[in-house]
Design a protein around this ligand. Structure first.
Ligand code: HAM
Length: 419
């Protein structure tokens, strides 16, 4: 029986990989320019890290984690996100002793047992950036600016930045109570999940997709009306720094984000081309996460971009795959040896060259050169080779010329540059 990939787990094929590589390259360029360094974290962590970090009463921890017990009886989980792991790594390796401010980025697969549909997968990829160690709102703005700069650089235009403040340990409990008592009066209108959320985590009800719940929560009290003075000042700071940088934003007091670690600033960048899965990226501040996982008081802020969603929005011409610069067509065993020698030399010069391995007819080699979309084909006949020459064919305009073989690399480079 043919074995297929698991539902919600995708292959990324050679035809698509150019777009991924283009995005990854742009991440490195933009993020490193802002002083971020790459970190790589394991795929598996102790379940406890996510349960405590993301929050027991979130959808992710309640029902979306890939959790299993290993042969030694430890409960392990495939990472559903990167923030908690990055914070763990920062603490474990005492990165704060090098510099109290750490700016880190990461790219890689995440795993959530969600119902697969377009834009929602069980293995998906995130680009993640985090700053640890800064309370000041200037860094919230800087992180958002980096994100927008990155999204623009990859070619996205139709975007909306939404921001909110979710308050802190001081003021959120009051808001939570207000929201709860508002919803309790209408609890009979809520779905079964939200009836439960009302007791465990009423803010989650804002994210429910059930129509009755969406209707019920309309008119609910807004978190920004219950912020303490310190949170108001912090949020004002974020807005002021965003405006100073000329960024426009929309205030969305109903945006609560799906993870429990957030405090104060929360933001999302939404694309209206994406249908229902319209969040390309989300993030925010989490000043209590380090308390939860390590008992230390270190603030943090960051975001994650969903790579599949981002790539589905890229303009068509971005990140195309690299086609061969040259296909060397040969006639017989001797010329194949010469093609092999030439290709090795061209590879050293950084050119992409292909040749026929199997002794196919010239016609089928030319067909293959066409299919591979080679820019040029070099036709190596026995006679020309003896004279140290070969025919170079421009595959776009079909023009041909004789060129000396020892000038091949130089000639090709000049031609490819003038393309
Ligand atoms: P999140 O909102 O859960 O945040 O995920 C961030 C992004 O990952 C989403 O906006 C979406 O583009 C993508 N994403 C999430 N789930 C899926 C899925 N099942 N299939 C495809 N794409 C998906 C976080 O993960 C936080 N750790 C972000 C953060 C970093 N906050 C602070 N620092």
């Amino acid at each position: 029986m043919e074995i297929k990939a698991i539902r919600g787990f995708n292959d990324i094929l050679p035809g698509e990989i150019g777009r991924w590589q283009f995005v990854e390259k742009t991440v490195r360029e933009v993020f490193e320019g802002f002083g971020f360094s790459e970190i790589r974290i394991p795929v598996l962590e102790r379940t406890e890290l996510f349960a405590r970090g993301i929050g027991e009463a979130t959808d992710i921890v309640e029902k979306e984690m890939y959790t299993f017990t290993d042969r030694s009886g430890n409960s392990l989980t495939l990472r559903p996100e990167a923030t908690a792991s990055m914070a763990r790594a920062y603490l474990e390796h005492q990165l704060h002793t090098f510099d109290p401010v750490a700016k880190l980025y990461f790219m890689g697969p995440m795993f959530r047992y969600e119902r697969p549909q377009k834009g929602r997968y069980r293995q998906f990829h995130q680009i993640d950036a985090e700053v640890f160690g800064v309370h000041n709102p200037v860094v919230d703005a800087e992180v958002i600016i980096m994100l927008i700069q990155f999204l623009k650089k990859v070619g996205l235009e139709q975007l909306e930045l939404q921001i909110n403040s979710l308050g802190c340990r001081e003021c959120r409990p009051q808001y939570r109570e207000k929201l709860k008592s508002f919803l309790e009066k209408k609890s009979f209108q809520l779905c079964e999940d939200c009836q439960r959320r009302l007791q465990t985590n009423p803010l989650r009800i804002f994210d429910c997709k059930v129509d009755d719940c969406k209707q019920t929560i309309l008119g609910a009290p807004q978190v920004t009306d219950y912020l303490c003075t310190a949170c108001v000042n912090h949020f004002e700071g974020v807005k002021e720094y965003l405006s100073m940088a000329g960024l426009t934003y929309v205030l969305n007091p109903r945006m609560v984000r799906g993870l429990d670690y957030y405090t104060r600033t929360a933001f999302e960048v939404v694309s209206y081309d994406l249908g229902s899965q319209n969040a390309v990226t989300g993030g925010g501040r989490y000043d209590n996460l380090f308390q939860e996982i390590g008992g230390v008081d270190i603030p943090g802020i960051g975001f994650a971009v969903g790579m599949e969603r981002l790539i589905s929005l890229l303009p068509r011409d971005k990140g195309l795959v690299r086609y061969p610069d040259l296909f060397i067509a040969t006639l017989g065993e001797d010329t194949k040896r010469e093609a092999y020698r030439l290709a090795n030399q061209l590879h050293l010069e950084g050119l992409r060259a292909e040749f026929d391995y199997e002794g196919k007819s010239l016609k089928s080699q030319m067909r293959r050169a066409d299919k591979l979309k080679a820019s040029y084909t070099l036709i190596l006949g026995g006679d020309e080779m003896k004279r140290g020459k070969a025919v170079l064919r421009n595959m776009a305009d079909k023009s041909q010329e004789d060129i000396p073989m020892d000038e091949l690399a130089g000639t090709l480079k000049t031609k490819l540059l003038s393309h």
